[in-house]
Design a protein around this ligand. Structure first.
Ligand code: GLY
Length: 430
C-alpha cells in the first residue's frame, strides 16, 4: 500500500516510523512532514489548510495513495475526511461532525450533561451575551474560585484560562469577546468549576461501533519543571501508568469513555479514528477534562513504541469498521519521551538555529529521535518551530529509560534549547 501521513510534528514522525514497519506498506508519503520524517517518507510541502484540501487530493491521486492518516485536529475539524471520502479516498480520522468532540467544547459539554458523564459543572455564553456573562461572574462567590474559562473552538492549546478571582475572569472574558484574541474560536465560551487532581491521557481506537483503549500515558503541559510556567503543547510524556489501579481504570472506561462513545452513537455520530480522553483524577474519581479527535502529542511518542502490533491494519480497521476481535499487544517496558523546545517557547519560537549532535544519537539503538519543528537547510538540520525534537527511550524501568534519554540529550545542541528535567521523575522507582 501507499500511505500518506498529514502533519509535521513529533506525533506524525512517530506514526510514520511505526507505519514504516508495517508489512503492508510499499511507499510512504507525508504532507508537509519535517526533516526527520523526510528520512523515511517522501515529503510534499503543501500547507494543511482547508483551502489546500484540493491540492492534497491531487497529490493523493497522482501518487496512487491508498490510505491517508490525518495527524492534527484542525484539518479533521475542517472536514478533510469527509472531503477525501467524497472523492473515493480512504482516510483515518473522524469526519467533521464527529471531530466536534474536539472542535467544540460546548458540543462535548452538552453531551456530558445530557448523558451524565462526569465533568466540571459549566455554563455557556455567546459573544452576544457579554452583559449576562459579566452579571454571572459578578454573582459568583469569591470563595469558589478558581474558575476556568474556555474558548469553544480550537485555540492551539491556548484557549483555556484558569482565573483566581472575578477580576481575572472578567479580563479573560474580555479577551475572548472584546479583544477577540482567539478569533471565531472565542465567539462562545464555557465557564466551569476548576477540578484539581492529576491528568492522564487515554487514546482509543474507534471504528464507529467498537472502541479499543490503548495503554495510558501522562503528558507534561507546563514549560518548566514542577509544572511551573506557561502552557505548552506538551514537554514530555511517559507510558504506561502502572500506578493507576484496576478499579480506577474501570471507572474511567465505564463512567467516561464507553458512555461517551455510546452517547455519540445515540446522537447518530459514527466515531472513527482516535478518541483521546483527557481525564483528571480527584480523590480517586475521574472527570472528563476534554476530548481530542486525534493522537496526542507527545503521548503517541511514548505509547506507540510499546505497541507490538502492526499499526497499519489497526488504522485501516478503524476506518473500515472492522476492529471487532482486535486485541492489542504491548511491550512490558517503560517508555519516556522528553521534548526539546526552541528559545522563547511557548510565547514564541526560534527558527533557523542549527541542531548539532543528532548523528551521535542515531547510532544508539535504544534511543528514538522524533522530529517536530525541524527542517533541512542545505546540509544542516535547523529549528523550525516551538517543539523541536522528541527523545525517547524504552527500558525495564522508568529510571533506566530516563537515564538513557537524559544522557542522549547531552549530545544534542542548539541555541536556546530548553527541556524539562523531571519527565517521569515521579514514577522513577516504579
Ligand atoms: N498532549 C496534548 C495534546 O495532544 O493535545
Amino acid at each position: 500500500m501507499n500511505v500518506l501521513i498529514i502533519g509535521s510534528g513529533g506525533r506524525e514522525h512517530c506514526l510514520v516510523w511505526k507505519i514504516a514497519q508495517s508489512k503492508l506498506v510499499n511507499h510512504l508519503f507525508a504532507i508537509p512532514g519535517n526533516a526527520g520524517i523526510a528520512q523515511i517518507a517522501k515529503c510534499e510541502d503543501i500547507p494543511v489548510l482547508k483551502e489546500n484540501f484540493k491540492d492534497i487530493l491531487i497529490f493523493i491521486k497522482k501518487n496512487k495513495i491508498d490510505f491517508t492518516v490525518i495527524g492534527p485536529e484542525a484539518p479533521l475539524v475542517d472536514g478533510i475526511v469527509d472531503f477525501l471520502n467524497e472523492n473515493n479516498c480512504l482516510a483515518f480520522g473522524p469526519d467533521k461532525i464527529a471531530a466536534q468532540i474536539e472542535g467544540s467544547k460546548v458540543f462535548t459539554k452538552r453531551i456530558c450533561m445530557k448523558y451524565g458523564i462526569p465533568a466540571a459543572n459549566a455554563v455557556f455564553f455567546k459573544k452576544s451575551e457579554l452583559e449576562n456573562a459579566i452579571k454571572y461572574i459578578n454573582n459568583l462567590k469569591d470563595d469558589n474560585f478558581p474558575y476556568v474559562i474556555k474558548a469553544d473552538g480550537l485555540a492551539a492549546g491556548k484557549g483555556v484560562i484558569i482565573t483566581k478571582n472575578k477580576s481575572e475572569l472578567r479580563d479573560a472574558l474580555t479577551g475572548f469577546f472584546v479583544e477577540e484574541k482567539f478569533g471565531k474560536s472565542g465567539d462562545e465560551v464555557i465557564i466551569e468549576d476548576f477540578i484539581s487532581g492529576f491528568e492522564i491521557s487515554l487514546l482509543c481506537l474507534c471504528d464507529g461501533n467498537i472502541l479499543i483503549p490503548m495503554d495510558l500515558a501522562q503528558d507534561y503541559k507546563k514549560i518548566y519543571d514542577n509544572d511551573i510556567g506557561g502552557n505548552t503543547g506538551g514537554m514530555g510524556s511517559y507510558s504506561p501508568l502502572t500506578f493507576i489501579s484496576g478499579a480506577l481504570y474501570e471507572k474511567i472506561l465505564n463512567k467516561i469513555i464507553f458512555p461517551t462513545f455510546n452517547a455519540l452513537k445515540a446522537e447518530g455520530i459514527n466515531y472513527k479514528g482516535i478518541l483521546y480522553g483527557g481525564i483528571i483524577v480527584r480523590e480517586n474519581e475521574p472527570f472528563l477534562l476534554e476530548y481530542n479527535c486525534r493522537f496526542g502529542d507527545p503521548e503517541t511518542q511514548a505509547v506507540l513504541p510499546r505497541l507490538k502490533d502492526d499499526i497499519l491494519p489497526l488504522l485501516i480497521n478503524c476506518t473500515n469498521g472492522t476492529l471487532k476481535d482486535t486485541k492489542l499487544n504491548w511491550e512490558n517496558n517503560k517508555t519516556v519521551c522528553v521534548v526539546l523546545a526552541s528559545k522563547g517557547y511557548p510565547e514564541s519560537s526560534s527558527k533557523g538555529d542549527i541542531i548539532s549532535g543528532l548523528e551521535n544519537i542515531a547510532q544508539e539503538s535504544k534511543v528514538l529521535v522524533f522530529h517536530a519543528g525541524t527542517k533541512k537547510d542545505s546540509d544542516k538540520i535547523v529549528t523550525n518551530g516551538g517543539r523541536v525534537l522528541n527523545i525517547i527511550a524504552s527500558a525495564e524501568t522508568f529510571k533506566e529509560a530516563r537515564n538513557i534519554v537524559y544522557d542522549s540529550i547531552k549530545k544534542i545542541k542548539f541555541n536556546g534549547m530548553q527541556f524539562r528535567k523531571d519527565i517521569a521523575l515521579k514514577v522513577e522507582e516504579i
